[in-house]
Design a binder for this molecule. Structure first.
Ligand SMILES: Nc1ncnc2c1ncn2[C@@H]1O[C@H](COP(=O)(O)OP(=O)(O)OP(=O)(O)O)[C@@H](O)[C@H]1O
Ligand SMILES: [Mg+2]
Ligand SMILES: [Zn+2]
Length: 360
């Protein structure tokens, strides 16, 4: 059952945005980030600490990997070959970084490695020479999660790391980073993508997938995804899977499904409104399984939010108990869906149970 669910969550949601993760500087669809990075790489002194600041899904991790590849590529200007600073994406080093097994590119999620001991270990390792490349690159995601004494321990290393080391810190929450850390890094704000950047990405995916995406639909996706790359890629994929690629269909689909999710409605409104939501949703050809999977995904984020892990999610107003209750109900409902003659029923049961459950 869990394996099944896992498979679906991944298979159905993740394809486009992983498949079309940018791999070169040119691929970066947000022009101001692209230009800044290109500029940095071409300058004589590569900064030893970069700080990527921006919302979820804006490309911080993707960009960090591209920078790592550019610096360690065996076939570009950094390796003395040609004039371009782009990674070739073909040499051993590039391939290893793309696949995540380069011994010299260390990705750490600060959410789970935030304490003084982990940081001391890291500082010790920083001194080792790189194994297969010119530089050791530390990508520290969610850097704001590092504890304050761990930050203190890191300060000196960040200020004067060995020649061969580059730190790339990424954060969705700059306010939580100590000023002393920020001031030691070259800061790159990712901001919101511009509409043209999102349109550029959508056009790139549509071309590769050989899908005809009308301009108006692309505009609608850009608007509805709040100008975040990952959300836009997901929404595009959703429209493709649901085959809603004319402007009218897409508008209707996004109108009912996209902006106000069933969970949002459940967080604020009464049971009758929810039942009406489901009614409209199925009448318009909405896919119940898809909706339930997406609800689980959001609940997972809500739970992270309650545990102070993910800070960018909008709080939908559920208590932790509500969240766990709904997760369990949805798991059961997904199971039930396989044999349900009317697909809306398992979802309606979830909603009814939620409102009936007095002690939740
Ligand atoms: N510059 C870009 N141009 C086009 N698509 C992009 C760009 N950056 C990211 N994407 C798309 O968005 C997805 C998410 O990007 P990425 O994981 O780099 O974001 P992130 O900022 O690290 O997000 P998070 O804070 O959630 O870790 C990528 O898989 C890719 O499909
Ligand atoms: Mg990331
Ligand atoms: Zn290369």
């Amino acid at each position: 059952m869990f394996v099944f669910l896992f498979y679906f969550l991944h298979f159905r949601f993740i394809v486009y945005y992983l498949k079309y993760r940018p791999q070169t500087l040119t691929d970066l669809d947000n022009s101001h980030v692209r230009e800044k990075i290109q500029h940095l790489l071409q300058s004589k002194d590569i900064p030893h600490a970069l700080l990527f600041v921006g919302q979820k899904g804006m490309g911080k991790t993707s960009t960090a990997r591209i920078v790592a590849k550019a610096l360690n590529c065996l076939q570009n200007a950094f390796a003395g070959v040609g004039k371009s600073y782009e990674p070739c994406n073909e040499c051993e080093n590039c391939v290893a970084i793309t696949k995540g097994y380069s011994p010299d590119v260390i990705e750490q999620d600060a959410a789970s490695n935030r304490g003084i001991d982990e940081v001391r270990k890291l500082i010790k390792e920083v001194g080792f020479a790189p194994m297969t490349s010119k530089r050791r690159i530390y990508i520290i995601d969610e850097a704001h999660m590092i504890t304050s004494d761990a930050f203190n321990a890191l300060l000196k290393t960040l200020e004067e790391p060995p020649e061969h080391v580059v730190f790339i810190l990424a954060t969705t929450n700059e306010e939580k980073l100590p000023r002393t850390i920020i001031s030691r890094c070259v800061r790159i704000p990712f901001g919101r993508a511009e509409k043209k950047d999102i349109l550029h990405m959508l056009a790139r995916i549509a071309k590769e997938e050989k899908i005809k995406l009308p301009d108006e639909v692309a505009e609608l996706i850009a608007q509805s995804s709040d100008y975040a790359f990952r959300d836009a890629a997901k929404l595009f994929e959703e429209l493709v899977v649901q085959n809603k690629l004319t402007i009218d269909e897409a508008k209707q689909y996004i109108g009912i499904h996209g902006r106000k999710s069933l969970l949002e409605v459940m967080g604020k409104e009464d049971m009758q409104t929810c039942m009406q939501w489901i009614e409209d949703f199925t009448a318009n050809g909405g896919n119940v399984r898809y909706e339930m999977e997406s609800m689980l995904q959001s609940l997972k984020n809500q739970l992270l939010l309650k545990s102070n892990i993910s800070t960018d999610e909008k709080d939908l107003g559920f208590t932790q108990k509500d969240i766990v209750f709904l997760m369990k109900e949805l798991h059961d409902a997904l199971e039930m869906l396989r044999i349900a003659p009317i697909p809306a029923i398992p979802l309606e049961i979830v909603v009814a149970e939620f409102y009936n459950n007095a002690n939740r």
